[in-house]
Design a protein around this ligand. Structure first.
Ligand SMILES: *[C@@H]1O[C@H](CO)[C@@H](O)[C@H](O)[C@H]1NC(C)=O
Ligand SMILES: *[C@@H]1O[C@H](CO)[C@@H](O)[C@H](O)[C@H]1NC(C)=O
Length: 396
């Protein structure tokens, strides 16, 4: 009996060790080693609205507006400074320095301010000799030094661009900064911006928390729709820890109608894209706030299952996009890309539901529920507009 008890204990120990190793192995395969980006990043970035016209006052006011508008409470946490924050020349020790005329208090003071608001601060550099504006140095050859500087300043996020790269492969340049950030002593989100040129989805899963899949977005319908399609090709590579990035949001910048912006935000949310606001938060109007603050749409983006939804049907200009969510739910978008109102239908088999399933269809923009829906979901959709739903199987 004593011997049997001993053997049982050994067996239990071996089993539990094996399980622990399996779980660890699973997580290290699933997650970037910095452990960040379990869900896509949410926040704001200065580029789409301000380009190089930035300064510390603007960044502080944006942090203030993120909190006072209520958007931070919806999950938007990163305040990201893009290009043009630094001096062209490094200091005598080779360190990057904040531009004295626009960031006179320095970046450390700014990160203290942003952190005091419960938010996180992001910064920008470039895997080349100069940034894209050519007004400040890139980090090529200075990866370890710059990562340490960012960590000392209290930076939480780095967007890493691709200009002036001397023709060196991104597969050489980006892993260097990834490693430098991990060695920096601070947890720093790594946002790779090599414009999708070398298909980063296929090699950057353990290097970046997100990677751009396309060139820059423009604030118009053609740009937004074509970027949505280009990004969609890489859907199967997205996973918790590392996401496809079809670029930052243009919602609120004025180049699209409200329905077009609603489509933009809905598709980005379904595609598990970073939700990085690109408008002037200090003067956002009611429509912009209504789109950016929709908790039910944000919940699709931040769903813990972390599977990128994709285009599953296209009949001319009429499209169905869908993807699975946790708790066996399904998110669906009926998207009319044409110029006339149209009836769009998603059949259960097309979106991964049993043909016998009965569902409750929650309309995430109307905030209403149709219960007992069978076989298919149809709706009349206005030009350039979409309907977005979460489908939950009803209990038999
Ligand atoms: C800071 O930037 C904003 C946005 O471009 C601009 O409106 C403002 O005048 C700037 N402030 C200073 C002090 O330069
Ligand atoms: C849309 O088409 C579906 C499938 O053909 C049909 O069942 C539904 O009644 C139509 N709805 C509208 C609003 O026309």
């Amino acid at each position: 009996m004593v011997l049997l008890g001993f053997f049982l204990r050994i067996i239990t120990l071996v089993l539990s060790l094996t399980l622990t190793q399996l779980v660890d192995g699973f997580q290290s395969r699933m997650l970037m080693s910095n452990g960040l980006a379990l869900t896509p990043q949410m926040g704001w970035n200065s580029w789409n609205h301000f380009q190089c016209n930035i300064n510390e006052t603007l960044i502080k006011q944006t942090a203030d507006a993120m909190v006072s508008s209520g958007l931070s409470a919806k999950g938007y946490k990163y305040i990201n400074i893009d290009d043009c924050w630094g001096e062209l020349k490094r200091d005598s020790q080779g360190n990057m320095v904040a531009k004295a005329s626009t960031f006179p208090s320095g970046i450390k003071a700014l990160s203290d301010y942003v952190h005091s608001k419960g938010l996180k601060l992001g910064i920008y550099s470039d895997a080349g000799t100069l940034t894209c504006s050519k007004t400040m140095p890139g980090s090529l050859g200075y990866e370890e030094q710059d990562a340490k500087t960012f960590a000392e300043w209290g930076i939480d996020y780095l967007k890493y661009d691709n200009c002036e790269n001397k023709g060196i492969s991104p597969k050489e340049r980006y892993p260097k900064m990834s490693k430098a950030l991990i060695n920096s002593g601070r947890s720093i989100f790594f946002s790779m911006c090599e414009w999708g040129q070398d298909d980063p989805a296929t090699w950057a899963g353990d290097i970046g928390n997100s990677w751009r899949t396309t060139g820059d977005i423009q604030d118009n319908w053609n740009s937004m729709t074509s970027i949505a399609d280009l990004n969609d090709r890489w859907a199967s590579y997205a996973r918790p820890g590392s996401w496809n990035d079809p670029d930052m949001l243009e919602v609120g910048n004025g180049g699209m109608t409200k329905e077009e912006y609603r489509s933009h935000f809905s598709i980005w949310a379904l595609a598990k894209a970073p939700l990085l606001i690109g408008c002037d938060l200090r003067s956002m109007n009611k429509d912009t706030f209504e789109l950016l603050s929709n908790k039910e749409v944000i919940a699709v983006n931040q769903d813990k299952l972390g599977i990128q939804g994709k285009k599953i049907k296209k009949e001319g200009d009429l499209e169905v996009w869908a993807g699975p969510l946790s708790k066996k739910r399904v998110a669906v978008i009926l998207w009319n890309r044409g110029s006339l109102p149209a009836n769009i239908t998603a059949r259960w088999a097309e979106i991964g539901l049993d043909s016998s399933a009965t569902v409750n269809a929650r309309d995430l923009w109307a905030h209403s529920t149709h219960s007992g829906v069978k076989k298919q979901l149809s709706a009349l959709v206005e030009p350039h507009a979409c309907k977005m739903y979460t489908l939950t199987r009803s209990k038999a």
